[in-house]
Design a protein around this ligand. Sequence first.
Ligand code: ATP
Ligand code: MG
Length: 307
Amino acid sequence: MDMPFYLENVSHRYSDGTLALEDVTMSMKRGERIALLGPNGSGKTTLLLHLNGILKPTSGKVHFDGKPVEYSSKALLELRRRVGFVFQDPNDQLFAPTVRQDVAFGPLNLGQSAQEVRRVVEEALDTVGMAEYAEKPPHFLSFGQKKRVALAGVLAMQPEVIIMDEPTSNLDPRGTSEILHLLLRLSRERRISLILATHDVDMVPLFADRLYILNKGRVVSEGTPRELFSDTQLIRSVNLRSPRITHLFEVLRKEDGVPVDERLPLTIGEARREVLRLLGILQDDLTGGSEVVSPWRHHPPIKNKRG
Ligand SMILES: Nc1ncnc2c1ncn2[C@@H]1O[C@H](COP(=O)(O)OP(=O)(O)OP(=O)(O)O)[C@@H](O)[C@H]1O
Ligand SMILES: [Mg+2]
């Protein structure tokens, strides 16, 4: 069955009585990139913790790879090898005396040979660009560097699914963009399925095939970024916002009567095409001809579909 995760009516009540998830049904196809969006306290972290068995549903079921998740320690070990979790705060994840030892911890526990462990650790540190920090104690690293090491630790297990809780929180713009591109590369080159919780709505359209919007522990909507961000009422009703660039085009349409396409641009790349299209129309109207004439003929061709 080509579906790593299927959550069936999952509810979770913490021991103090808080109902953090209520009747959540969601699915994830192999290789898919999913973003969970929702205000603070909406249940995103609680949901993610169900995916690798850290939390168990109070009611409902989590299925992984076509089978209900079992909670014996042996089954959980296997689940956690296949489903890696990068916590929001890397300080909750890193504990070994050096970066290398930290990343090697998982593979060593799997009983891999020293040579194999060395290989996967080198590769994982290379992938996240942290090879030169291998001998450093993790607690001397910056937050962004720790986050990469935590991701390397997960990659060293060669997982099928990676879960990340707020992968870009507390990262500078460059760190954010690097993590985003790294995740996209992992998804494209290794077909790792990715699911992340985030508040970074500007990043979501670049990253996600599909989103789930959570509010008060419930899934209030599911769809592509285009479908969900077009529903501005929904987005506002759950205290979220659209990507900034989308908002700009919404204002241009509403306030200035600019004939912006119904499907508002979600990314800089889409906005760029829309602006050029609008400029073309303008030229067209002025000349009365049918050819779309851009005043910047020598513009590089626009290829990038997602950017
Ligand atoms: N260990 C716990 N015990 C009791 N209640 C908890 C516990 N962890 C979380 N909660 C509650 O469960 C609800 C969902 O919390 P959760 O951390 O899943 O939200 P979130 O969407 O990840 O929020 P944020 O965007 O702030 O990270 C909140 O009301 C929170 O107070
Ligand atoms: Mg959270």
